[in-house]
Ligand binder design. Structure first.
Ligand code: DAK
Length: 260
């Protein structure tokens, strides 16, 4: 897969998607958004890939936001089109039927913070900085931040970050529950990969089903979420992995999951 602004590396059922525009601090222009969408669709179809890590190329930025130079001259209609396109790409990340880990290696601002929020888990390096500075530009978050941030950290904290546009460091992000873990920059990818490998040891059909149950539950009532959970668990009971997992427990051995 040849893309200008995204590089995908694969190793042992794990894919690392690098946003590769370091001279512009990996800012999201239309081409980069399109490349992320293309890569996400390819990774969705790729049965060899069980977990996807998303990170930024270079030492400075994960993604410093939507491309301000490109946005500057957009008409309202172009902005609307850009937003719908961006939201669809971020939805593809959020709905990717396998776990995603954002490995945030520096600035994650605006659309960059929203990209991290579209992933299932966020691991940050100690130098990472998070923020939604859109209101300082006279606009507001437009790639899902107004919806995903309050769901993750609660409305009051999300409003504080969005209304002030202030940046917070990795340790503050950890305190408010925005990130799962903070690690030294040098260890970031290794820690993300170690987390991915822990996930990859488990039954992959169950992982896909439970991700869809958790995501569906976040958008609905507890009652409907529980009904969905019963359906996905029913499906999990139809898999070879379920037979293998329960047998392995009874036989006091490690399971050999096949992902089916
Ligand atoms: N867009 C374009 N270029 C950017 C950029 C960005 N967001 N951020 C940085 N760059 C470029 C800089 O222009 C500079 O390029 P050259 O001047 O060398 O050509 C290069 O990256 C290095 O940046 P700096 O020289 O500024 O580096 P510093 O270390 O001094 O500062 C910084 C780092 C991250 C604090 C600073 O670059 C910065 O404040 N960047 C902008 C952060 C920001 O405000 N991001 C945008 C958030 S708004 C929408 C949907 C969604 C959105 C909007 C609309 N609709 C559908 C319409 C989302 C909006 C956002 O994400």
């Amino acid at each position: 897969m040849e893309l200008n602004n995204v590089v995908v590396e694969k190793e042992n059922n794990l894919a690392v998607l690098f946003i590769n525009r370091p001279k512009a601090l990996n800012a999201l222009n239309s081409e980069t958004l399109s490349d992320i969408g293309t890569a996400a669709r390819a990774l969705t179809e790729d049965d060899d890939v069980g977990v996807v890590i998303i990170t930024g190329m270079g030492e400075k930025a994960f993604v410093a936001g939507a491309d301000i130079k490109e946005m500057k001259d957009m008409s309202p209609l172009e902005a609307r089109r850009f937003m719908i396109f961006g939201q669809s790409v971020f939805n593809e990340i959020s709905n990717l039927p396998k776990p995603t880990i954002a490995a945030v290696n520096g600035f994650a601002l605006g659309g960059g913070c929203e990209l991290a929020l579209s992933c299932d888990m966020i691991i940050a390096s100690e130098n990472a900085k998070f923020g939604l500075p859109e209101v300082t530009l006279g606009i507001h978050p437009g790639f899902g931040g107004t919806q995903r941030l309050p769901r993750l950290i609660g409305a009051a904290k999300a409003k504080e970050l969005i209304f002030t546009g202030q940046m917070i460091d990795a340790s503050e992000a950890s305190k408010i529950g925005l990130v799962n873990k903070v690690v030294p920059y040098e260890n970031l990818l290794d820690v993300a990969k170690a987390l991915a490998h822990k996930i990859l040891k488990n039954g992959q059909v169950a992982i896909r089903l439970v991700k869809s149950a958790i995501n569906a539950g976040l958008d609905t009532t507890l009652e409907k979420g529980l009904a969905y959970e019963a359906e996905t668990q029913g499906l999990a009971f139809s898999t070879e992995d379920k037979s293998e997992g329960l047998s392995a427990f009874m036989e006091k051995r490690k399971p050999n999951f096949k992902g089916r």
